[in-house]
Ligand binder design. Structure first.
Ligand code: DQQ
Length: 542
């Protein structure tokens, strides 16, 4: 439907048409980044039994070649759908895919696939192991509660470990399997971890982070100066949670640093629309890269009209936040900066209380924005006037005025400001009486269309002594990815403007605080579109 074509993104990964969900088995092989994804090739809605692994490759994580489907549900053990899974690259260069295969009666099992020809840089052909399935539903586990094998990591005994998510009653948990050949798998007695009340753990991601460097680590790394992060996707909230802790390689057990901040109670990978995320180690640039599924917030009938649904977020590097010591830092991969074209600098814009200022940059539908904000020193010091206990989701959104907030950006906004997505800071007072900074994205006025989910997302964000308030926004037609304080917190928004589209989209800075003026320094880049090419590749593209 041409009428909705402007919602299609220009530099985010999407299949040419139909339905996509989770990223699967990301890896780097012979200079090509591979992404696989849950793909329904028949229609723009999820369909459990139709799910395949779509496949695409890129040299830079930004410009893509679509490839033929890698895995179809064509065996007795996966006719119920080829569900999510992960890649493991062995030290000898072999690649192993583990995925959830479903029987017709919906039973979830784990199966193995290999590239037919490891010297093919595109890894076009996949062979399913003749001994599949390789993992069966453990005793006392519901046959539909056992899925999403992780990337394998090497134990001290020279055997590989794999995490698989499940639940007992309502306790989410991770089994650990051991293997030396990826044909025979032994279920270990203990669990990697479990948390009451969290429900099924989907798409477990488990990896080491370095406490000392900004390099990513190979999934098998452990030892001094290393902590381990577990990420789980909780179906009941459709959010990705993580916690940092210590992995005991003898007991194959992980313990959170702070039990109060355990999975489900602590940090989110992204407080917006972001699910089933998965990392991989990029051995060429020594970095860990995160992919995440960004679904639609419109209705299924609109998706059917459009003929497509979902995108993947811009891949992000992940490092341990050495300054807070409690969180990770996510940042768009540097390659996205290759799309930057004309730039505009706005130095020290003074925003009086209650002001909205347009940034005259022409079309504002494809942007990369970086900005810092200063509030009045005096206003900050007279914090007793600021409200306590602010909360983005219940705080009334960008129209609700406080002493020290909200202030930030209005993006994908039309000239009359009837449609806009607000991304902003709000400084309130913490229980200790000190300033507490919140970072929010308000979708409530993002579209004049109805049948759209228009939530307000966000959380508080640590702002350390001497740090300026800063944010970076990637805007691409129907998505806004917002990174605050260098990537300490992230919010992804899907929005569907009807007027603020293409050349009519504008960007504003605003200050709706009643008790302070704000000084904003902003740099905006227009973003070129990425290339998405269909298979087959021509000789020089290889
Ligand atoms: N999506 C897959 C499952 C996974 C869920 C099925 C998470 O394997 O648990 O499409 O979105």
């Amino acid at each position: 439907n041409a009428m909705l074509s402007w919602q299609r993104t220009s530099f985010h990964f999407q299949p040419q048409m139909n339905w996509m969900n989770d990223p699967n088995g990301p890896l780097l092989h012979m200079g090509w980044y591979h992404i696989f994804y849950q793909y329904n090739p028949d229609i723009a809605v999820w369909g459990w039994g139709n799910l395949t692994w779509g496949h695409a490759v890129s040299k830079d994580l930004i410009n893509w070649f679509h490839l033929p489907i890698a895995l179809f549900p064509d065996q007795w053990y996966d006719v119920g759908g080829v569900w999510s899974g992960s890649a493991t690259t062995l030290p000898n260069g072999e690649i192993i895919m583990l995925y959830t295969s479903r029987l017709l009666n919906l039973t979830q099992l784990q199966s193995v696939a290999y590239p037919a020809n490891i010297s093919d840089p595109l890894l076009l052909d996949w062979v399913k192991y003749s001994g599949n399935p390789v993992m069966f539903t453990p005793k006392d586990i519901g046959h539909e509660d056992f899925r999403d094998p992780s990337t394998a990591w090497l134990g001290q005994d020279g055997k590989w470990r794999i995490a698989v998510g499940s639940m007992v009653n309502n306790t989410g948990l991770s089994f650990v399997y051991k293997t030396s050949d990826f044909n025979n798998f032994e279920l270990l007695d203990g669990l990697l971890h479990e948390v009451q009340g969290t429900g099924i753990w989907e798409c477990i991601d488990f990896y080491p982070v370095s406490l000392t460097t900004n390099d990513g680590l190979d999934t098998s790394a452990n030892g001094v100066g290393v902590k381990h992060l577990i990420k789980v996707s909780l179906q009941k909230t459709m959010k990705d949670y993580y916690a940092i802790g210590t992995y005991d390689p003898i007991k194959d057990k992980w313990t959170p640093d702070d039990p109060k901040e355990d999975l489900g109670n602590g940090l989110l990978i992204d407080s917006g629309k972001y699910y089933a995320s998965k990392t991989f180690y990029d051995q060429s640039k020594k970095r860990r890269i995160l992919w995440g599924w960004v679904g639609e917030s419109d209705s299924q009938s609109t998706d059917l009209l459009k003929g497509w649904a979902s995108l993947q977020g811009i891949p992000r590097t992940v490092v341990f936040d050495k300054k807070t010591g409690t969180s990770i830092i996510q940042w768009p991969v540097e390659e996205v900066e290759s799309l930057r074209s004309e730039s505009y600098d706005f130095d020290k814009l003074k925003l009086e209380q209650g002001s909205v200022l347009p940034l005259n940059i022409g079309s504002a539908s494809q942007l990369d924005i970086v900005a810092t904000f200063d509030v009045d020193e005096e206003a900050l010091l007279s914090m007793e006037e600021a409200e306590g206990d602010y909360n983005c989701t219940s705080g009334g959104g960008a129209v609700s005025r406080g002493v020290l907030g909200p202030f930030g950006f209005l993006v994908l906004a039309d000239e009359s400001l009837t449609e806009l997505t607000a991304v902003y800071f709000y400084i309130g007072k913490g229980i200790d009486g000190r300033a507490k900074t919140h970072f929010c994205a308000d979708q409530s006025r993002s579209s004049s269309a109805s049948d759209i989910e228009k939530l307000i997302y966000g959380s508080d964000v640590p702002v350390l002594h001497g740090e300026k308030l800063s944010m970076r926004l990637l805007v691409d037609h129907s998505i806004v990815e917002s990174f605050v304080q260098g990537g300490r917190r992230v919010i992804t928004s899907r929005v569907y403007p009807t007027k603020a589209i293409n050349g009519a989209a504008k960007v504003y800075v605003f200050n709706n605080a009643t008790g302070t003026s704000v000084t904003a320094s902003v740099k905006v880049w227009q973003m070129n579109s990425a290339n998405f090419k269909a298979y087959p590749l021509t000789g020089d593209q290889l």
